[in-house]
Design a protein around this ligand. Structure first.
Ligand code: MG
Length: 203
């Protein structure tokens, strides 16, 4: 299984990191070893002093696909959830400065939190789904799929030009604004339309 991640998919997050607004989706991958095991804490890695939370709506691929047309993309997933794209921001800034790949800052062990999945039919419209991250009980990030620059089906179509989608692959669709550093002892909880789908202790 692979994890395909989209960067810079929400205008306000692009602004907070002073990034350029992309003309095509920004794409990177995480390996399966990046998945934070269920019930495990997230341990801040030694190579970073500035690991940020990025809550994202995530999609689980349910059918093999290549060159998927946007209008058929809905046939390639049944379930959605929320996850965290943990990012070693200090390391990412150094890599970005040098024009180097981001993997060391984005794809390290435990950097992909995957919440429990809900069937997409739970929601009236996937283009208006609200999701939130709380830190120690306070809401720190709120997003709505309505604000995505590229919608889920467009992302599936786009990434399938480059990577064959396989059953069980996960797509992280980008984070809204409000990314910030995590500290030891923080507790992060992720919600999709009020349903709590993960709880992570930081160590
Ligand atoms: Mg992200």
């Amino acid at each position: 299984m692979k994890i395909i991640c989209i960067g810079r998919n929400y205008t306000e997050h692009i602004a907070e990191l002073q990034n350029e607004r992309p003309t095509e989706p920004v794409v990177f991958l995480k390996p399966d070893s990046a998945v934070l095991l269920k019930q495990h804490p997230f341990v801040i890695p030694e190579f970073s002093n500035d690991v940020h939370h990025e809550i994202e709506l995530i999609v689980k691929i349910s059918k093999v696909g290549k060159y998927v047309d946007t209008k058929f993309a809905h046939k390639y997933y049944d379930e959605i959830s929320v996850g965290i794209d943990f990012t070693a921001r200090d390391l990412q800034d150094k890599l970005k400065e040098k024009g180097l790949p981001w993997e060391k800052a984005k794809a390290f062990d435990g950097s992909a939190v995957i919440g429990d999945f809900l069937h997409k039919n739970t929601f009236n419209s996937l283009e208006n789904v609200k999701f939130d991250l709380t830190k120690n009980g306070e809401t720190v990030q709120s997003g709505n799929t309505d604000n995505m620059l590229w919608k889920i089906d467009e992302l599936i179509s786009y990434v399938s030009q480059f990577f064959t989608l396989k059953i069980g692959d996960i797509i992280f669709t980008g984070t809204p604004s409000g990314v910030a550093k995590v500290n030891s002892e923080d507790v992060l909880e992720g919600f999709l339309e009020g349903n709590k789908l993960f709880r992570i202790q930081i160590k």
